[in-house]
Design a protein around this ligand. Structure first.
Ligand code: HEC
Ligand code: HEC
Ligand code: HEC
Ligand code: HEC
Ligand code: HEC
Length: 744
C-alpha cells in the first residue's frame, strides 16, 4: 500500500509553488514513492532549514546549514548577488533558499537587496575576474561532467526533470571561482548536499569551463560602495540571514516559537506575505511539512536514521539499498566504466544492501567521509561527504546490517594456511586472478577489485558468506560460486572442506600487499607509448607532487611541468613514463619517469621580479606560493602539443614547447614563452640551476651532464648555493632551446 502522503509528494517536481514561482527541489525527494512520509517530512524540514530559526530538540530535523558567505565576494559577481537576494526562486528556480525580503514594499526590497549585495561583495578579497573558457577545456569538462557523477543529481546537457538546479552559473561565477568551489565544495557548503567529487585542479577547471561555456563577456561591473556595504552588514543580521549563513562567527538562531509549538496554518506556512521567510512551497510540500510537524516525536530507529541520511545526502541517486534508490533509467547511460568485461559491476556504483555487514568499520568510514575507492574501473566516483555529515551514517549502517556468524574450522597457522590459500588463488586452482588484480597487476584482461586490499576492507564473516554464494549478494555478478551445493571441486585440498578452503584464502589475503604472488600472474609494466602525437598525463610526478603535467613529444623528448609552481620540473629523452602505479588506486601513485638522462630543475618560482641584478632569487618556501588558480589550463595544437597558460607576478604567460631537429637530425625542444601584456620591470626568468653551468659560446650553456641550452640573449650567470644559476631578463617573448646530449 502506498502511503497517501507519498503519493502527494510524488507529484512534487512538476507542481508550482505560491505566486507561480518554482518550488524548492530536494534531490533526495525526487524518488519519494519509496520513502515513508515520516522520512520525507523530516527531510523537507531539514533541507528548508526551518530549525535554523525555530528551535527543536529533534536531531532528525536539524537544519541544513546555508553556504558559508565569508568569501562570497570573491566567488560570486555582485550583480548576481543583488538579483538572487532580491528574488531567490525567480533567479534560481528550485533553490532551497527562501525569499526573506518578500514582505517589503518593492522599493525598499530593491534597496535592501542592493545594500546586502554591496556588503557581501566586500567579503573574501578581490571580486571574480572574467576569463573566457577555452574550447578544448569545455569539451573535456563536458565529458567529465557527464561521467564522474554530477548528473546523478544535476541535469545532463539535455535537460531532465527531477534535477538539482545549478541556476545561472554564468552570471554568478568566474572560471577561477567556480573551479575553486568545485575543488572543495564542502568548504563553502558544509552540509555535504553538494559532495566533493575529488576533482583535481585540472578537472575542476575543465568542468568549470564547461559550466561557463556560455560566458562570452564579463558580467556587469560591480564596485562595492563602503557606505552601502556598512548598511548591508546591519541588514544582514536584521533580516536573520545569519540564522542560515556564517560570515565570521557561528550562525545565530533568533528567539522565535519552537518548531513543536508553531501553529501550522500561520507564518512561514501560511502562503501569506509577512515578516517571515517565504518558501514558495507547492501545496503538496506544505501539506507534507504540516504532517511532519504534527507527527509524534518518537526518536528514529537506527534503520530510519539510515534511510533519512541516505535520502538527505541523496546517496540513493547512485546506490541501491534494498528496495530504495539506484540509478534511474533516464540517467543510466551516464554511468560508464573502463572495462566492459565486468558487466554492470564495472560501471554502476555497488549496491549498499547489507553494506554495514560487508565493510569493516574503518574502511566504511573512509569511504563515506573521504570517498575512499577500490574500483578504478568505474568512471563515476564515490564522492567525499565529510566527517560531520557522514560519520553518524557509517555508525548506523554498522548497527543495522548484520549477518549470522560463518561456520568453519580455522586452519591452524602451523599448517601454513597462507601457502594453501596462495595455491587456491592461482591459475592451477580457483584462478581468482583471472578476474581480480593482485597488487595492481593482472593476469588477464579482466581487472576487477584488487585481491590484496580485500581483507583490509571486508568483514571476514561477509567474505565467507559471499564466497559461498556470490549470486545471493550480487545476482548479476560474473564472479562464479566455487563450491556448488557447498561441495569443493578440489577434494584433495584440506579434505575438500569448503569452509576451510575459504578460510585459507582469507588468511592468505590477510597478508595484504605483503602476500606472495599467486601462480599465473604476469607482470607487464605499463609503458605509455608516444608515437606521432604528443601525449599528456596529468598526475603526480617525482619532485612535483599532485599538480604534475607530463608531456611526451614525438621524437623522444619528454618533460614534466609543475602547474602548482608554474615551472618546468624535468626534461629527459627516450621512453616517456611507466604508469602502473597510477592505475592502482584512483591516482594514488606517481608516474615513473623512464629517462636515464633526466635533468631536474630547482623547486621554487621560475619567474621573479628582482630589484637589482644581485638581489637573491626567492627561496622556494620564502615566497608566498602562487595562487592555486594561477594555472588556467592549456590548449592543444593539431599534434596535441599543449600551450600552457598561467600567470606569474601579475602577467599572463603562454608557454609552448615544440620538438625540432638540428642540422644533424637530432631532436631538441624549442620553448617559446609569450607575454600578451607587457611584463613588469625587473622580471627575470630562471632557466636552470646546477653545480655545472658552463658557457659554450654564442648564448649557449651546458647545464649538468645531460643538457645544453641555447638562449636568445646574454643571461645573468650568478653563484647559487653550491653551483650557479642562469637568469634571463624578461622584456618580451623568450625563445629557449633545450638540447639533450644523450638524444640519438
Ligand atoms: C529565517 C528565520 C526563519 C526560518 C528559517 C523559518 N521561519 Fe518560520 N517564522 C519566522 C518568523 C520571523 C515568524 C513570525 C514570527 C512569529 O510569529 O513568531 C515565523 C513564523 C512561523 C510560523 C507561525 C508561528 C505561529 O505560531 O504563529 C510557522 C508555522 C513557521 N514559522 C513555520 C516554519 C517552517 C515550517 C519553516 C521551514 C520550512 C520555517 N518556519 C522557517 C522565521 C523563520
Ligand atoms: C549527491 C548529489 C550531487 C552530486 C553528485 C553533485 N552535486 Fe552539485 N549540488 C548538489 C546540491 C544538493 C547542491 C545545492 C546545495 C545547497 O543547497 O547548498 C549543489 C550545488 C552545486 C553548485 C552550486 C550552484 C550555485 O547556485 O552556486 C554547483 C556549481 C554544482 N553543484 C556542480 C556540481 C558538479 C560539477 C558536480 C560533479 C562534479 C556536482 N555538482 C555533483 C548535489 C550534487
Ligand atoms: C533558511 C535559511 C536561509 C536564510 C534565512 C537565508 N539563506 Fe541564503 N542561502 C540559503 C541556502 C540553502 C542557499 C543555497 C541555495 C542554492 O544553492 O540554491 C543560500 C544561498 C545564498 C547565497 C549564495 C551563496 C553562494 O555561495 O552560492 C547568498 C549570497 C545568500 N544565500 C544570501 C542570503 C542573504 C543576504 C540572506 C538574508 C537576506 C539569506 N541568504 C538568508 C539559506 C538561507
Ligand atoms: C555520484 C554517485 C555517488 C553518490 C552520490 C554516492 N556514492 Fe557511494 N559510491 C559511488 C561509487 C562510484 C562507488 C564505488 C567506488 C569504488 O570502490 O571505487 C561508491 C562506493 C560506496 C561504498 C563502498 C561499497 C563497497 O561495497 O565497496 C559505500 C559504503 C558508499 N559508496 C556509500 C555511499 C553513501 C553512504 C553515500 C551518501 C552519503 C554515497 N555512497 C553517495 C558513487 C556514489
Ligand atoms: C570470473 C571472474 C571472477 C573470478 C574468477 C573471481 N572473481 Fe571475485 N569478483 C568478480 C567481480 C566482477 C566482482 C565484483 C567487483 C565489483 O564489485 O566491482 C568480484 C567480487 C569479489 C569479492 C567481493 C569484493 C567486494 O568488495 O565487493 C570478493 C571477496 C571476491 N570477488 C573474491 C574472489 C576470490 C577469493 C576469488 C578466487 C577464489 C574470486 N573472487 C574469483 C569476478 C571474479
Amino acid at each position: 500500500m502506498k502511503p497517501l502522503l507519498a503519493i502527494i509528494l510524488a507529484a512534487l517536481p512538476f507542481a508550482t509553488g505560491a505566486a507561480g514561482v518554482a518550488p524548492p527541489v530536494i534531490g533526495g525527494l525526487t524518488r519519494p514513492e519509496k520513502t515513508t512520509p515520516r522520512i520525507s517530512g523530516a527531510v523537507l524540514l531539514s533541507e528548508l532549514s526551518c530549525a535554523a530559526c525555530h528551535a527543536t530538540a529533534r536531531p532528525d530535523l536539524a537544519a541544513k546549514p546555508g553556504p558559508d558567505l565569508s568569501a562570497v565576494g570573491a566567488r560570486a559577481h555582485g550583480a548576481h548577488l543583488r538579483e538572487f537576494i532580491a528574488n531567490p526562486a525567480a533567479t534560481k528556480p528550485g533553490t532551497t533558499m527562501p525569499d526573506v525580503l518578500g514582505h517589503l514594499p518593492a522599493a525598499e526590497r530593491t534597496a535592501t537587496a542592493d545594500a546586502l549585495a554591496h556588503y557581501l561583495a566586500t567579503l573574501g578579497g578581490a571580486s571574480p575576474t572574467f576569463t573566457p573558457p577555452a574550447p578544448p577545456a569545455v569539451e573535456r569538462g563536458r565529458n567529465l561532467y557527464h561521467s564522474v557523477g554530477c548528473v546523478a543529481c544535476h541535469s545532463p546537457e539535455t535537460p531532465l526533470a527531477d534535477s538539482v538546479p545549478l541556476g545561472p552559473v554564468a552570471a554568478k561565477y568566474s572560471l577561477a571561482s567556480l573551479a575553486k568551489f568545485l575543488e572543495d565544495p564542502l568548504a563553502v557548503r558544509p552540509g555535504g548536499r553538494m559532495p566533493d567529487a575529488k576533482l583535481d585542479h585540472f578537472e575542476a577547471v575543465d568542468i568549470a569551463s564547461y559550466l561557463l561555456r556560455d560566458q562570452t563577456a564579463p558580467p556587469p561591473a560591480f564596485r562595492p560602495d563602503p557606505h552601502l556595504a556598512a548598511r548591508g552588514k546591519m541588514l544582514f543580521t536584521q533580516h536573520r540571514c545569519d540564522a542560515c549563513h556564517t560570515v565570521d562567527g557561528p550562525r545565530t538562531r533568533p528567539a522565535l516559537a519552537a518548531l513543536d509549538q508553531v501553529r501550522p496554518g500561520r507564518g512561514c506556512l501560511s502562503a501569506q506575505p509577512g515578516a517571515w521567510p517565504q518558501y514558495s512551497l507547492s501545496d503538496a510540500q506544505r501539506t507534507a511539512v504540516r504532517a511532519a510537524l504534527a507527527a509524534p516525536e518518537e526518536p528514529l530507529s537506527a534503520a530510519e536514521n539510515v534511510e533519512l541520511s541516505l535520502t538527505r545526502l541523496n546517496c540513493l541517486a547512485c546506490h541501491q539499498r534494498d528496495e530504495l534508490g539506484g540509478v534511474p533509467a533516464n540517467r543510466n547511460a551516464h554511468f560508464t566504466g573502463k572495462d566492459e568485461n565486468l558487466g554492470d559491476q564495472g560501471r554502476l556504483p555497488p549496491p549498499l544492501t547489507g553494506v554495514g555487514a560487508k565493510l569493516k568499520r574503518d574502511w566504511l568510514r573512509e569511504v563515506v567521509v573521504n570517498g575512499a575507492s577500490a574500483r578504478p574501473y568505474l568512471n563515476t566516483r564515490m564522492p567525499k561527504f565529510g566527517a560531520a555529515n557522514a560519520e553518524p551514517l557509517a555508525h548506523w549502517l554498522k548497527q543495522v546490517d548484520t549477518l549470522p556468524p560463518a561456520e568453519f574450522t580455522r586452519v591452524a597457522k602451523g599448517d601454513k594456511p597462507h601457502e594453501i590459500g596462495r595455491e587456491l588463488a592461482g591459475s592451477k586452482a580457483f584462478n581468482c586472478i583471472a578476474c581480480h588484480t593482485f597488487r595492481g597487476k593482472s593476469a588477464a584482461p579482466i581487472r576487477a577489485l584488487d585481491l590484496t586490499t580485500m581483507t583490509e576492507r571486508l568483514e571476514e564473516t561477509w567474505f565467507h558468506h559471499f564466497l559461498a554464494n556470490p549470486q545471493r549478494f550480487a545476482p548479476l555478478t560474473i564472479m562464479p560460486g566455487f563450491w556448488p551445493d557447498g561441495k569443493s571441486p578440489l577434494p584433495d585440498v584440506l579434505g575438500g572442506d569448503s569452509g576451510q578452503q575459504r578460510d585459507v584464502l582469507w588468511q592468505y589475503l590477510e597478508r595484504g600487499p605483503e602476500a606472495r604472488e599467486p601462480q599465473g600472474l604476469v607482470l607487464e609494466p605499463l609503458v605509455i607509448p608516444v608515437t606521432d602525437e604528443a601525449v599528456i598525463i596529468r598526475r603526480a610526478f617525482p619532485g612535483i607532487g599532485k599538480r604534475g603535467i607530463g608531456v611526451g613529444y614525438p621524437g623522444g623528448i619528454n618533460l614534466s611541468f609543475d602547474a602548482g609552481q608554474m615551472r618546468l620540473g624535468s626534461i629527459w629523452s627516450g621512453g616517456f613514463i611507466e604508469a602502473s602505479a597510477l592505475w592502482r588506486g584512483q591516482g594514488a601513485g606517481q608516474a615513473r619517469i623512464l629517462g636515464k638522462d633526466t635533468t631536474t630543475f630547482p623547486p621554487g618560482p621560475a619567474f621573479a621580479v628582482l630589484d637589482s641584478p644581485d638581489a637573491a632569487w626567492p627561496a622556494p618556501d620564502a615566497t608566498p606560493r602562487p595562487s592555486p588558480h594561477a594555472f588556467t589550463g592549456y590548449t592543444l595544437d593539431a599534434q596535441q602539443r599543449p600551450t600552457l597558460r598561467y600567470s606569474v607576478e601579475g602577467v599572463s604567460v603562454e608557454d609552448f614547447f615544440l620538438e625540432r631537429r638540428d642540422p644533424g637530425g637530432r631532436v631538441f625542444i624549442e620553448r617559446t614563452l609569450k607575454f600578451p601584456a607587457a611584463p613588469p620591470a625587473g622580471l627575470h626568468f630562471r632557466v636552470a640551476t646546477d653545480k655545472l653551468i658552463e658557457p659554450r659560446g654564442g648564448h649557449e650553456f651546458a647545464v649538468g651532464q645531460n643538457l645544453r641550452v641555447r638562449l636568445p640573449s646574454e643571461p645573468l650567470v650568478r653563484p647559487a648555493g653550491e653551483g650557479k644559476e642562469l637568469l634571463l631578463p624578461v622584456r618580451g617573448e623568450l625563445r629557449i632551446e633545450y638540447h639533450l646530449t644523450a638524444t640519438p
